[in-house]
Ligand binder design. Structure first.
Ligand SMILES: Nc1ncnc2c1ncn2[C@@H]1O[C@H](COP(=O)(O)OP(=O)(O)O)[C@@H](O)[C@H]1O
Ligand SMILES: [Mg+2]
Length: 417
């Protein structure tokens, strides 16, 4: 499919909540890159927000050509579904396997879209409100998501319709958004193909991160009686009718995910970019800490679409988002992370995680080593405080993982039980 008509891009202003047309996207032919241009009205209004502070500087009259995703701009790609949502849309709209990313951008609705961007064919913003199930419908939602993933007919036709009209969130796992008061929660149930109780493991790990003093997304785990295990994670990009601007680390790194070259996937590089776009030093350090945490727990699915930044309107700057999708690999103990821990190195070793410490804002190696040792202590002492969230089998797995992680990352002289 080819976009010849422009697709208008809307932004919910982070200050007033008003929707404005921020620009337009167009792609004339399949073999041409897409073009994004800020709307003259947006430039004239002198609003300060670039939709992508790295790749789309706020300059009027310029046609920004897309460098990746076969011609879709990174930050627009961020608002598209990944494997799960695409599966739903592909089935509903009979899209070919090689459908362009921009087809998904156009078809996926704005209701549940990630961040504060939306799209439409009209010059003036028109945003459908998110109609999402309520917390009381959690059981039904889980059952419906499982039926969808197994290609069974609807259990509840209304719920199925609701879920089919909200396929925009990224990621591979089946998921839906539910509303509880002013909060929105991402719901991720267990699936038949799971080799372990992934929702419980995800919930446990988010709690462990929080107990280690890190900024991890809030989550709740449900499993009553014989009901399926499900985790819900608080959406940090939504509150009531307000959306927060969000950008993936893939976009910040000008790297493509999925696909793309791992050469650009890098924690120290991301730390530097965070600094460049105005995030405070503590976010760079937090990123270092998350890298170490991922190394310890063996989360090697820490790819650049599993990190993000959000715009904080009170502070008027970009901040590292809360950590999400942090799940230890349940099948094997990873020796390396998905992103580089220092230039050219992915390995989980003390030497590698410290090699580029200055790029995270540490004064010198000595300061970084002291910080790392204190962090390892904190992570290790937080484990028993959250261990009760796990069944025996997973608890043993994670205890061994922690012990091995400590052996790789702690100084030789440190003894951990
Ligand atoms: N707590 C959250 N708040 C807002 N957006 C989130 C949150 N968690 C995940 N996301 C967004 O949803 C996408 C999919 O969620 P994720 O937990 O990564 O699912 P999966 O396990 O399928 O990869 C992420 O890439 C991110 O864009
Ligand atoms: Mg993910």
């Amino acid at each position: 499919m080819t976009i010849s008509k422009p697709l208008f891009v809307y932004l919910q202003r982070p200050d007033t909540g008003e929707w404005v047309t921020v620009g337009r996207y167009a792609r004339q032919r399949d073999d041409e890159p897409g073009m994004f241009m800020y709307a003259p009205s947006y430039i004239d209004a002198r609003l300060p927000w670039s939709v992508d502070p790295v790749n789309l500087p706020l300059i009027g009259g310029i046609e920004h050509l897309a460098q990746r995703y076969r011609g879709l701009h990174d930050v627009l790609r961020d608002t598209c579904p990944d494997t799960w949502g695409r599966q739903l849309l592909q089935r509903e709209y009979q899209l070919p396997d090689n459908a362009h990313d921009s087809d998904y951008l156009r078809i996926a609705r704005n209701g549940d879209r990630w961040g504060a961007l939306a799209t439409g064919a009209a010059r003036k913003p028109s945003i459908d409100a998110l109609r999402s199930p309520k917390l009381q419908q959690l059981d039904g939602l889980v059952e419906e998501l499982q039926a969808m993933s197994e290609r069974r007919p609807p259990v509840d036709a209304r719920l199925r319709k609701m879920l089919m009209s909200t396929p925009s969130m990224g990621g591979a796992r089946p998921k839906g958004t539910l509303r509880d008061g002013e909060d929105y929660w991402l719901v991720k149930p267990i699936m038949q193909s799971d080799v372990a109780d992934i929702p419980r493991l995800e919930h446990f790990t988010l709690k462990w991160g929080t107990a280690s003093g890190l900024n991890f997304a809030q989550s709740v785990h449900h499993q009553v009686g014989g009901a399926p295990s499900v985790v819900r994670v608080l959406r940090f990009d939504r509150k009531a009718d307000r959306r927060k601007m969000a950008i993936s680390a893939a976009s910040l790194l000008s790297a493509e995910y999925p696909g793309g070259l791992r050469a650009g996937w890098s924690y120290p590089l991301l730390a530097q970019i965070l600094q460049r776009i105005g995030a405070p030093l503590r976010d760079q350090i937090e990123l270092f800490d998350r890298m170490v945490f991922n190394a310890i727990v063996g989360n090697d699915d820490d790819h650049p679409r599993n990190h993000a930044a959000i715009y904080d309107i009170q502070e008027k700057r970009w901040r590292l988002s809360p950590a999400f999708d942090v799940v230890p690999n349940p099948e094997m103990e990873p020796k390396a992370l998905a992103m580089q821990v220092s230039a050219g190195r992915f390995d989980i070793t003390r030497e590698a995680v410290l090699a580029d410490a200055e790029l995270f804002g540490f004064k010198d190696q000595n300061e970084a080593e002291l910080h790392l040792d204190a962090l390892l202590d904190t992570i290790a002492s937080a484990f028993p405080t959250v261990q009760a969230e796990l069944p025996a089998e997973l608890s043993t797995l994670l205890r061994d993982r922690l012990a091995n992680g400590m052996r790789q990352l702690a100084a030789r002289t440190t003894k951990y039980p």
